[in-house]
Design a protein around this ligand. Structure first.
Ligand code: DC
Length: 226
């Protein structure tokens, strides 16, 4: 990691839903001693706020206004990051199935993306960071020091997510999880604005047959080369 660059160090990890990019990103950031931002939580915050304000996911003007006026703050805590929206801690609501159901639609709205991308860039300017999402290497930080495109087959991602949910004592049906992931993949990669895709200069890592720790070691190796 070169500390003398003009922009702070940034490591972009993009990939489809449930590919492990947040877990890997968080672990890499901890070992590098830098901040971590899971940008998906910001889109989830807007999706949650739209439910609270009873905004229809097709009302792009209202969603844009919501994203432009939302005060999103992320606070690092020993037991995980907390997300504050307009002064209220909404972390526990971000993974609700109601949010899962609409977040891809909400995040396809250009006005929402514009507002959140501006905030993400401002956060990256403040110091070294690992950022995960769908468009970090392509749009948010096109000059990122390191770019990773983390992927895994839909079946492997669904099996991991299903096991996680069962471990957390949440009701889960593998087929439903798989269908939900495929639906979100389709919306995230087919939308007009900043679709999910691998940046030309990103290194692809497929985690189908390797552990989280092996993914982390590969990413740390890339960070050391830059
Ligand atoms: O990573 P996640 O599943 O928590 O992301 C939630 C949604 O937000 C997902 O449908 C894609 C969208 N998203 C995005 O469009 N751009 C990002 N940088 C991060 C997430």
């Amino acid at each position: 990691m070169n500390a003398e660059r003009s922009h702070p160090f940034s490591l972009a990890i993009d990939g489809p839903a449930a590919c492990g990019k947040s877990a890997a990103g968080r672990a890499v950031a901890r070992r590098l001693g830098v901040r971590f931002l899971d940008t998906g939580t910001m889109y989830r915050a807007i999706a949650w706020a739209s439910i609270l304000h009873r905004i229809n996911p097709t009302d792009t003007a209202a969603l844009t206004e919501l994203a432009e006026s939302a005060d999103i703050r992320l606070a690092a805590h020993a037991d995980g990051d907390r997300l504050m929206l307009d002064g209220t801690d909404i972390t526990d609501n971000l993974r609700l199935s109601e949010v899962d159901g609409i977040v891809s639609q909400v995040s396809a709205v250009s006005g929402v993306r514009r507002a959140l991308v501006a905030q993400q860039r401002a956060i990256a300017c403040r110091g070294a960071i690992v950022m995960s999402g769908r468009d970090i290497g392509t749009v948010v930080l096109p000059n990122a020091s390191v770019k990773v495109f983390l992927t895994a087959s839909a079946e492997v991602r669904a099996a991991r997510r299903h096991a996680e949910m069962r471990q957390e004592q949440e009701a889960s049906d593998y087929k439903q999880v798989l269908d939900g992931l495929r639906r979100r993949d389709r919306i995230d990669s087919k939308r007009d604005d900043s679709p999910l895709r691998q940046a030309d200069d990103a290194v692809m890592i497929c985690s189908d047959d390797i552990t989280l720790e092996e993914v982390v070691i590969k990413i740390l190796g890339l960070a050391q080369q830059c």
